[in-house]
Design a protein. Structure first.
Length: 323
Protein backbone atom coordinates (compact mmCIF):
# COMPACT_ATOMS: atom_id res chain seq x y z
CA UNK A 1 0.00 0.00 0.00
CA UNK A 2 1.28 3.49 -0.86
CA UNK A 3 2.35 5.16 2.39
CA UNK A 4 2.32 8.75 1.10
CA UNK A 5 0.21 11.02 3.32
CA UNK A 6 -3.26 12.01 2.14
CA UNK A 7 -3.20 15.52 0.68
CA UNK A 8 -5.63 18.29 1.66
CA UNK A 9 -8.15 17.48 -1.09
CA UNK A 10 -8.14 13.75 -0.31
CA UNK A 11 -8.79 14.51 3.36
CA UNK A 12 -11.76 16.69 2.42
CA UNK A 13 -13.16 13.95 0.17
CA UNK A 14 -12.76 11.43 2.99
CA UNK A 15 -14.66 13.65 5.42
CA UNK A 16 -17.34 14.29 2.80
CA UNK A 17 -17.81 10.53 2.43
CA UNK A 18 -17.84 10.14 6.21
CA UNK A 19 -20.72 12.63 6.35
CA UNK A 20 -22.62 11.08 3.43
CA UNK A 21 -21.05 7.99 1.92
CA UNK A 22 -23.51 7.99 -1.00
CA UNK A 23 -23.15 11.67 -1.86
CA UNK A 24 -22.78 12.08 -5.65
CA UNK A 25 -19.34 13.14 -6.83
CA UNK A 26 -20.98 16.25 -8.28
CA UNK A 27 -22.19 17.38 -4.85
CA UNK A 28 -18.82 16.66 -3.20
CA UNK A 29 -17.10 18.55 -6.03
CA UNK A 30 -19.35 21.58 -5.58
CA UNK A 31 -18.69 21.66 -1.83
CA UNK A 32 -14.90 21.30 -2.00
CA UNK A 33 -14.51 23.51 -5.09
CA UNK A 34 -13.12 21.15 -7.74
CA UNK A 35 -14.51 19.34 -10.79
CA UNK A 36 -16.55 16.13 -10.75
CA UNK A 37 -13.77 14.38 -12.66
CA UNK A 38 -11.20 15.38 -10.05
CA UNK A 39 -13.29 13.95 -7.21
CA UNK A 40 -13.93 10.74 -9.15
CA UNK A 41 -10.22 10.36 -9.95
CA UNK A 42 -9.17 10.98 -6.34
CA UNK A 43 -11.83 8.57 -5.09
CA UNK A 44 -10.48 5.80 -7.31
CA UNK A 45 -6.99 6.51 -6.04
CA UNK A 46 -8.14 6.40 -2.42
CA UNK A 47 -9.75 3.01 -3.03
CA UNK A 48 -6.73 1.64 -4.88
CA UNK A 49 -3.95 2.86 -2.58
CA UNK A 50 -5.50 4.46 0.51
CA UNK A 51 -7.42 1.54 1.91
CA UNK A 52 -10.75 3.31 1.37
CA UNK A 53 -13.89 1.20 1.58
CA UNK A 54 -17.44 2.57 1.74
CA UNK A 55 -19.74 0.16 3.57
CA UNK A 56 -23.44 0.09 4.46
CA UNK A 57 -24.09 -1.04 8.03
CA UNK A 58 -27.01 -1.52 10.37
CA UNK A 59 -26.89 0.55 13.55
CA UNK A 60 -27.04 -2.20 16.17
CA UNK A 61 -27.18 0.39 18.96
CA UNK A 62 -30.23 2.12 17.50
CA UNK A 63 -31.92 -1.18 16.68
CA UNK A 64 -31.36 -2.56 20.17
CA UNK A 65 -29.11 -5.45 19.11
CA UNK A 66 -26.56 -6.62 21.66
CA UNK A 67 -22.92 -6.10 20.77
CA UNK A 68 -19.91 -7.46 22.60
CA UNK A 69 -16.23 -6.69 22.97
CA UNK A 70 -14.14 -9.85 23.11
CA UNK A 71 -10.71 -10.03 24.70
CA UNK A 72 -9.00 -13.30 23.85
CA UNK A 73 -5.66 -13.96 25.52
CA UNK A 74 -3.77 -16.36 23.28
CA UNK A 75 -0.54 -18.23 22.98
CA UNK A 76 1.60 -16.10 20.63
CA UNK A 77 1.73 -18.78 17.92
CA UNK A 78 -2.06 -18.89 17.67
CA UNK A 79 -3.15 -15.25 17.83
CA UNK A 80 -2.79 -14.47 14.11
CA UNK A 81 -4.76 -17.55 13.06
CA UNK A 82 -7.53 -16.88 15.58
CA UNK A 83 -7.80 -13.22 14.54
CA UNK A 84 -8.01 -14.18 10.87
CA UNK A 85 -10.72 -16.77 11.57
CA UNK A 86 -12.78 -14.19 13.47
CA UNK A 87 -12.22 -11.64 10.70
CA UNK A 88 -13.87 -13.92 8.15
CA UNK A 89 -17.09 -13.97 10.18
CA UNK A 90 -19.79 -11.53 9.00
CA UNK A 91 -20.70 -10.58 12.59
CA UNK A 92 -17.29 -9.19 13.59
CA UNK A 93 -15.47 -5.87 13.13
CA UNK A 94 -12.54 -3.85 14.48
CA UNK A 95 -10.29 -6.82 15.14
CA UNK A 96 -6.75 -6.20 16.26
CA UNK A 97 -3.77 -7.77 17.98
CA UNK A 98 -2.64 -6.12 21.22
CA UNK A 99 -0.33 -6.88 24.14
CA UNK A 100 2.58 -7.71 21.86
CA UNK A 101 0.45 -10.03 19.73
CA UNK A 102 -0.76 -12.16 22.63
CA UNK A 103 -4.31 -10.78 22.79
CA UNK A 104 -7.04 -10.53 20.15
CA UNK A 105 -9.58 -7.73 20.59
CA UNK A 106 -12.79 -7.90 18.58
CA UNK A 107 -16.28 -6.38 18.43
CA UNK A 108 -19.03 -8.82 17.55
CA UNK A 109 -22.70 -8.19 16.80
CA UNK A 110 -24.39 -11.61 16.80
CA UNK A 111 -27.31 -11.83 14.39
CA UNK A 112 -29.21 -14.07 16.83
CA UNK A 113 -28.72 -15.13 20.49
CA UNK A 114 -27.86 -18.54 19.11
CA UNK A 115 -24.94 -17.10 17.15
CA UNK A 116 -23.62 -15.52 20.34
CA UNK A 117 -23.89 -18.75 22.29
CA UNK A 118 -22.34 -20.76 19.47
CA UNK A 119 -19.31 -18.47 19.36
CA UNK A 120 -18.74 -17.96 23.09
CA UNK A 121 -19.88 -21.31 24.44
CA UNK A 122 -19.09 -23.50 21.46
CA UNK A 123 -16.33 -22.49 19.06
CA UNK A 124 -14.00 -20.28 21.12
CA UNK A 125 -13.62 -22.50 24.20
CA UNK A 126 -12.64 -25.41 21.93
CA UNK A 127 -10.14 -23.33 19.94
CA UNK A 128 -6.51 -24.30 20.56
CA UNK A 129 -4.14 -21.57 21.83
CA UNK A 130 -6.89 -19.50 23.53
CA UNK A 131 -5.86 -19.12 27.17
CA UNK A 132 -8.60 -16.80 28.45
CA UNK A 133 -11.87 -15.38 27.11
CA UNK A 134 -13.43 -12.17 28.34
CA UNK A 135 -16.74 -11.09 26.79
CA UNK A 136 -17.84 -7.59 27.71
CA UNK A 137 -21.33 -6.49 26.72
CA UNK A 138 -21.53 -2.98 25.27
CA UNK A 139 -24.04 -1.06 27.38
CA UNK A 140 -24.01 2.42 25.83
CA UNK A 141 -22.23 4.11 22.91
CA UNK A 142 -20.78 7.55 23.52
CA UNK A 143 -19.01 7.99 20.18
CA UNK A 144 -18.65 5.95 17.01
CA UNK A 145 -21.06 4.24 14.66
CA UNK A 146 -22.57 6.93 12.41
CA UNK A 147 -20.40 9.60 14.06
CA UNK A 148 -17.09 9.79 12.23
CA UNK A 149 -13.68 10.61 13.71
CA UNK A 150 -12.58 12.92 10.88
CA UNK A 151 -15.13 15.57 11.82
CA UNK A 152 -13.06 16.25 14.94
CA UNK A 153 -10.26 17.57 12.74
CA UNK A 154 -12.14 20.39 10.98
CA UNK A 155 -11.07 19.41 7.47
CA UNK A 156 -14.29 20.90 6.09
CA UNK A 157 -15.82 24.13 7.31
CA UNK A 158 -19.10 24.05 9.21
CA UNK A 159 -20.88 25.37 6.11
CA UNK A 160 -19.35 22.68 3.88
CA UNK A 161 -20.27 19.93 6.33
CA UNK A 162 -23.83 21.25 6.57
CA UNK A 163 -24.18 21.25 2.78
CA UNK A 164 -23.29 17.54 2.72
CA UNK A 165 -25.13 16.34 5.80
CA UNK A 166 -28.31 14.30 5.15
CA UNK A 167 -31.45 15.17 7.12
CA UNK A 168 -31.36 13.93 10.75
CA UNK A 169 -32.87 10.50 11.45
CA UNK A 170 -36.62 10.35 11.95
CA UNK A 171 -38.00 9.47 15.37
CA UNK A 172 -38.76 5.81 14.65
CA UNK A 173 -36.24 3.52 12.89
CA UNK A 174 -37.49 1.67 9.82
CA UNK A 175 -36.77 -1.79 11.16
CA UNK A 176 -35.05 -4.04 8.63
CA UNK A 177 -37.10 -7.05 7.60
CA UNK A 178 -36.09 -10.37 6.02
CA UNK A 179 -37.02 -8.80 2.66
CA UNK A 180 -34.17 -6.30 3.16
CA UNK A 181 -31.48 -8.97 3.51
CA UNK A 182 -30.28 -8.82 -0.10
CA UNK A 183 -30.26 -5.02 -0.10
CA UNK A 184 -28.29 -4.81 3.15
CA UNK A 185 -25.83 -7.48 1.96
CA UNK A 186 -25.20 -5.54 -1.27
CA UNK A 187 -24.60 -2.33 0.68
CA UNK A 188 -22.20 -4.10 3.02
CA UNK A 189 -20.17 -5.09 -0.03
CA UNK A 190 -20.31 -1.58 -1.51
CA UNK A 191 -22.02 1.30 0.23
CA UNK A 192 -21.92 3.31 -3.00
CA UNK A 193 -23.53 0.64 -5.18
CA UNK A 194 -25.70 2.30 -7.82
CA UNK A 195 -29.46 1.84 -7.90
CA UNK A 196 -29.26 -0.39 -11.00
CA UNK A 197 -26.68 -2.54 -9.16
CA UNK A 198 -28.92 -2.73 -6.11
CA UNK A 199 -31.90 -3.57 -8.32
CA UNK A 200 -29.99 -6.50 -9.83
CA UNK A 201 -28.82 -7.68 -6.39
CA UNK A 202 -32.30 -7.62 -4.86
CA UNK A 203 -34.63 -8.44 -7.73
CA UNK A 204 -36.79 -5.44 -6.79
CA UNK A 205 -37.62 -2.60 -9.10
CA UNK A 206 -35.20 0.31 -9.08
CA UNK A 207 -37.86 2.65 -7.70
CA UNK A 208 -38.66 0.20 -4.86
CA UNK A 209 -34.97 -0.11 -3.97
CA UNK A 210 -34.52 3.65 -4.00
CA UNK A 211 -37.57 4.17 -1.78
CA UNK A 212 -36.64 1.45 0.73
CA UNK A 213 -33.01 2.56 1.01
CA UNK A 214 -34.17 6.14 1.60
CA UNK A 215 -36.40 4.89 4.45
CA UNK A 216 -33.60 2.89 6.08
CA UNK A 217 -31.09 5.73 5.84
CA UNK A 218 -33.53 8.43 6.95
CA UNK A 219 -34.47 6.45 10.04
CA UNK A 220 -30.87 5.79 11.02
CA UNK A 221 -31.41 2.02 11.02
CA UNK A 222 -28.83 1.80 8.23
CA UNK A 223 -25.89 4.15 7.74
CA UNK A 224 -22.92 4.41 5.41
CA UNK A 225 -19.49 4.20 7.01
CA UNK A 226 -15.95 4.37 5.65
CA UNK A 227 -12.63 2.75 6.50
CA UNK A 228 -9.21 3.96 5.38
CA UNK A 229 -5.55 3.81 6.31
CA UNK A 230 -5.28 6.08 9.38
CA UNK A 231 -1.47 6.01 9.24
CA UNK A 232 -1.68 8.14 6.08
CA UNK A 233 -3.24 10.89 8.18
CA UNK A 234 -0.08 10.91 10.28
CA UNK A 235 -1.63 8.82 13.06
CA UNK A 236 0.51 5.71 13.28
CA UNK A 237 -0.43 4.47 16.74
CA UNK A 238 -3.78 3.16 17.98
CA UNK A 239 -4.64 1.61 21.31
CA UNK A 240 -7.56 0.16 23.24
CA UNK A 241 -7.96 1.85 26.61
CA UNK A 242 -9.85 -0.08 29.27
CA UNK A 243 -11.03 2.60 31.69
CA UNK A 244 -12.57 2.28 35.12
CA UNK A 245 -14.70 5.27 36.07
CA UNK A 246 -16.52 5.85 39.33
CA UNK A 247 -20.15 4.86 38.71
CA UNK A 248 -21.47 8.31 39.60
CA UNK A 249 -19.11 9.83 37.00
CA UNK A 250 -19.59 7.17 34.32
CA UNK A 251 -21.85 9.11 31.94
CA UNK A 252 -19.94 12.36 32.43
CA UNK A 253 -16.64 10.62 31.69
CA UNK A 254 -18.09 8.93 28.59
CA UNK A 255 -19.47 12.19 27.20
CA UNK A 256 -16.18 13.97 27.84
CA UNK A 257 -14.22 11.22 26.08
CA UNK A 258 -16.53 11.51 23.06
CA UNK A 259 -15.31 15.09 22.60
CA UNK A 260 -11.59 14.27 22.74
CA UNK A 261 -9.92 14.48 19.35
CA UNK A 262 -7.90 11.36 20.09
CA UNK A 263 -10.96 9.14 20.59
CA UNK A 264 -12.33 7.26 17.58
CA UNK A 265 -14.75 5.06 19.56
CA UNK A 266 -16.09 5.14 23.12
CA UNK A 267 -18.62 2.95 24.91
CA UNK A 268 -19.70 1.84 28.37
CA UNK A 269 -19.28 -1.87 29.02
CA UNK A 270 -20.07 -4.53 31.56
CA UNK A 271 -17.07 -6.15 33.18
CA UNK A 272 -14.06 -5.25 35.35
CA UNK A 273 -13.62 -1.92 33.53
CA UNK A 274 -16.71 0.05 32.60
CA UNK A 275 -15.53 2.15 29.63
CA UNK A 276 -13.65 1.08 26.52
CA UNK A 277 -12.24 3.50 23.96
CA UNK A 278 -10.07 3.36 20.88
CA UNK A 279 -7.49 6.12 20.96
CA UNK A 280 -5.52 7.22 17.88
CA UNK A 281 -2.21 9.06 18.24
CA UNK A 282 0.61 10.24 16.03
CA UNK A 283 3.23 8.20 17.91
CA UNK A 284 3.87 6.58 21.29
CA UNK A 285 4.93 9.90 22.83
CA UNK A 286 1.63 11.40 21.69
CA UNK A 287 -0.28 8.46 23.21
CA UNK A 288 1.59 8.88 26.48
CA UNK A 289 0.81 12.60 26.52
CA UNK A 290 -2.89 11.84 26.08
CA UNK A 291 -3.07 9.12 28.76
CA UNK A 292 -1.04 11.07 31.32
CA UNK A 293 -2.59 14.43 30.46
CA UNK A 294 -6.08 14.94 29.11
CA UNK A 295 -7.32 11.48 30.11
CA UNK A 296 -5.43 11.27 33.38
CA UNK A 297 -6.83 14.59 34.59
CA UNK A 298 -10.45 13.73 33.75
CA UNK A 299 -12.49 13.74 36.95
CA UNK A 300 -13.97 10.34 37.74
CA UNK A 301 -11.31 8.24 35.97
CA UNK A 302 -9.88 5.80 38.50
CA UNK A 303 -7.84 3.34 36.43
CA UNK A 304 -6.64 2.97 32.83
CA UNK A 305 -5.22 -0.13 31.12
CA UNK A 306 -3.51 0.74 27.85
CA UNK A 307 -3.18 -1.90 25.12
CA UNK A 308 -1.58 -0.57 21.90
CA UNK A 309 -2.47 -2.39 18.71
CA UNK A 310 0.46 -4.22 17.20
CA UNK A 311 -1.63 -4.86 14.07
CA UNK A 312 -5.12 -4.19 12.78
CA UNK A 313 -6.60 -7.32 11.23
CA UNK A 314 -10.07 -6.05 10.29
CA UNK A 315 -11.84 -2.74 10.39
CA UNK A 316 -15.25 -2.95 8.69
CA UNK A 317 -14.12 -5.34 5.97
CA UNK A 318 -11.53 -8.07 5.85
CA UNK A 319 -8.80 -8.21 3.26
CA UNK A 320 -6.54 -11.24 3.73
CA UNK A 321 -2.83 -10.33 3.65
CA UNK A 322 -1.05 -10.86 0.36
CA UNK A 323 1.27 -13.85 0.63
Amino acid sequence: MDSAPFDALELKILQALEIDGRAPFSRIAEVVGVSDQTVARRYRRLVASGGLRVVGLQDSHLLGHDSWMLRLRCAPEGAETIAAALARRPDTAWIGLTSGGTEVVCITVPRTPGDHDDLLLGKLPRTPHIVEIRALQMLHRYFGGPEGWLRKHGLLTAAQAKALRPPPPTAEPALPTPDDAALLAALKRDGRATYPELQRATGRSESAVKRRLAQLLASGACYIDIEYDTSRLGYGVAAVLWITAAPRHLHTVGRALAQHQEIAYAAATAGPSNVVVTAVARDTADLYAYVSGKLGHLEGVEHVETAPFSRRVKQLTYRPPVR
